[in-house]
Ligand binder design. Sequence first.
Ligand SMILES: Nc1ncnc2c1ncn2[C@@H]1O[C@H](COP(=O)(O)OP(=O)(O)O)[C@@H](O)[C@H]1O
Ligand SMILES: [Mg+2]
Length: 299
Amino acid sequence: MDIYNGWLISNSYYNPAKFNSLYKVLQESAERAGLRFSKWTSSERATVIGSTAREPKPSFVLFWDKDVLLARTMELSGLRLYNSARAIELADDKVQTALKLTEAGIPIPETIPAPICFPGCRRDPKSAENAAKILGWPLVIKENKGSFGQQVYLANNVGEAARILTQIGEHDCLFQRFVATSAGKDIRVTVVGGKAVCAMTRQSQSKEQFRSNMELGGTGTAYALSPFEEKLAVDAANALGLDFAGVDILFGRDATERYVCEVNSNPQLQSTIDACGINPATNIMWHIRSQIKAGTATV
Ligand SMILES: Nc1ncnc2c1ncn2[C@@H]1O[C@H](COP(=O)(O)OP(=O)(O)O)[C@@H](O)[C@H]1O
Ligand SMILES: [Mg+2]
């Protein structure tokens, strides 16, 4: 089997200890697919805009960061990134995701982008009040960029919304209809190369917690997707151009009602491995290998 060499790029500043086990899973899975990578932080791979990547160029760059501008700079230098800069950009911003998914005809909870707030200005709770006239209370408020459920809030009234908006400040955010039928639970689908590899339902710890994220104490259970759910997840990943993705799906009133909540470009792997007994990193590596062999390794 030919061996292909690549890079794994991680963020220079955010590098919690739990990432060590992630890197180990990625490394072991890569080796099984005949891929080898060296690990770099974003600052260690400083790239001049417009420069050409030096030979020998890596056959692939596993971009485990959300640094879209570095990603784009690397692509311009002739490297093929997994995921691509554009796909990460679309997935990492929840309003951009909402726009793309809606263009593709994929159902999402009704979403209103909040007015942009410049540094030094104060957010006006009227914006939440106006959104709630359309979307109702309680109202979901989310920062456009966020993970682990940490920048996702639920406001029961305008007073709560005002406090949340003050906390969010100048960060971009959105208002969203609260999908009550999915409170505290959702489906996480891992999609690789246009196929749903596995899925789990996630359940929050308590009735009071509407967010099902593992990082907030949620638990995962392997789940058999319906053909409709499977298509929704695959379509969502494809609409954003993601080679691999974690797609969150909310439950509606019956089996025909589902909403794509968000799409992750750096999906959590360990919780999926624990719940499903399947390691999606293996699929990711074989997908990269097939792309290299298909000659799409350089752009
Ligand atoms: N509109 C909504 N209605 C009901 N629950 C929601 C809604 N949006 C998010 N949630 C819950 O909050 C969790 C976190 O939201 P999500 O948009 O996935 O942000 P994050 O990127 O932080 O994971 C979801 O997994 C889901 O359990
Ligand atoms: Mg999520």
